[in-house]
Every structure is written in C-alpha cells, then in structure tokens.
Design a binder for this molecule. Structure first.
Ligand code: CMP
Length: 145
C-alpha cells in the first residue's frame, strides 16, 4: 500500500469538548503520523476559500460561520492509505449515520458540528494540504519498512 498524505481539520467543537488529544491519539494508533500541525482561528475568507466547492450549497453560510466560531487544529497526516484510513476513522459526515466507534459517532453532535474534516481523495488532499501548509512546514517523516 502507498504512503499518502491527507488533510485533517479538528473543528471548533473538538476543541470546545476537550477532545483534541483523544482524536489525535486515534490517528496515531492507526499509524497516521501528524507531520504538520497548527492551531488557527480561520478568517471568513480562509473558511470560504477552503470550502469554495460547496459555495452554492444551502449549508455554505452556516458551515463557514461554524468554522470561524473558534480555533481549529489543522493537520497533515501521513501513513499507508492515509486518505481512506482517515475517512474510515472519521465515519459518515452525518454523525447519526456514522458507524459506532468512529470519531463522529463518538464526539459529533450534528452534521454541521461534525468535529472533523478529512480530504475525500488523494487529489483533493494535495490541494487541501497546500491550502494550509507550505512544504517547509511539513516534517519529512520516513516510515519503517
Ligand atoms: P466536511 O467534511 O468538513 O465537508 C463539508 C461540511 O459541510 C461537512 O463536513 C459538514 O460539516 C457540512 N454540511 C452541512 N450540511 C451538509 C450536507 N447536507 N451534506 C454535506 N455536508 C454538510
């Protein structure tokens, strides 16, 4: 399996609940290494730009204001099959539909405040990582064979 990188965002509700450490620990236990991490309070233009693909959707305005409601943790995760693995750990977008034991099932309270974001494809992962991180901010971690 290929070593991949993906973008993870721990949303404002994750910080509010004091769940940051627990969530990062799930990534580490699954072999996803945080090679770039930053706490940031997103501006309106940063949140709108990140979610630009959703700008025509009815939930866009609420999504942007939720993402600006408190600091987020931006993370680049690296590991085998990282994009899919991260999505499996997160569970479905709507926490009511998320499998038991997933991050959203355990921590999220609604589809808006759904605790985590993760890139949905390798191509989007590259763009999303580059949106928030310069390559010099990412640790060149070498996985043991
Ligand atoms: P995320 O993975 O960050 O990507 C877009 C976000 O929009 C999503 O998580 C949800 O928090 C939010 N959202 C709100 N309503 C919907 C919806 N009906 N479908 C998809 N995403 C939604």
């Amino acid at each position: 399996m290929a070593i991949e990188r993906t973008l993870s965002i721990l949303k404002p509700d994750a910080l509010e609940k004091g769940a940051i450490g627990k969530i990062i620990s799930r990534f580490e236990q699954a072999g996803l290494i945080p090679i770039g991490v930053r706490l940031q309070h997103l501006s309106k233009s940063e949140a709108e730009g990140f979610y630009a693909v959703h700008k025509e959707r009815p939930f866009f305005k609420d999504l942007v204001s939720f993402m600006m409601s408190g600091p987020v943790v931006l993370m680049c995760l690296q590991g085998e099959n990282a994009v899919l693995k991260n999505r499996e750990l997160m569970g479905a977008t709507d926490p009511k539909k998320a499998d038991p034991g997933t991050i959203r099932a355990d921590f999220a309270k609604s589809i808006d405040a759904n605790t985590v974001h993760g890139s949905d494809s390798l191509e989007n992962a590259k763009n999303e990582i580059a949106y928030f991180f310069r390559s010099t901010e990412l640790f060149e971690y070498s996985h043991k064979k």
